[in-house]
Unconditional design. Sequence first.
Length: 228
Amino acid sequence: MFSRYDRDNLVAVITRYLNEELTAFKLDEALSEIAARTKDETVKQVVGLFWCHYDDVEDHKVVASKEEWDYFQRLLLILKSDAEIIQETGGRKGTARQAVAAVCLVLFGLAVAKTGFGYHLLVVTMPLGVISLLLSHWRSSDEARRLHDQTALLPFGSVSELLSLRRKVRKFVKARYPAQLGSRQIRGPVSAAAMWLHFGVVWLIFSPVALAFQMMPEPEHRWSVAGP
């Protein structure tokens, strides 16, 4: 259900964040409030898409690459229009990653059958976790290559969609990328290393759970924007 009120509020919140009038915690609070009350699916989509580009654990001012900044501008363009973001889930595809994950789970199952449950299984889950992390990196690399040519368009499905909407929203002005953002980071090297170390240890210990998800065929997503 289209809501101009919620779209305008979301535009105001995102703009304040980009203008450094809000930090990440205040941004997260405002986005959560809008998402909880709105019935506009595009507003919910934008909130979900924007959530991936700030940290809700460590407070910070806006951090964004030039590509992310341009992406935010496209989201603002959509919000200032009556257009709808459409996410289509295609079929699920199988890759060699699922076969590797399945073999690893079989090995874990054999270890459990022979030795039972206990802390001794860490000897098994740790090396399987390394394999699982490599599978995750493999998938991320594949997705990065697949999305590389679409980065300048997302969530639009084509250049024609983008240009068509841009012509309809004549008052929209794309904000220029602030040069000072190029050197910003959310976390320092020590903080980032500590976070990834904690994340990695948890992944290694609970690798069978990760492998169970990695064994499933991977969904394919397509994005488009439908004009009013």
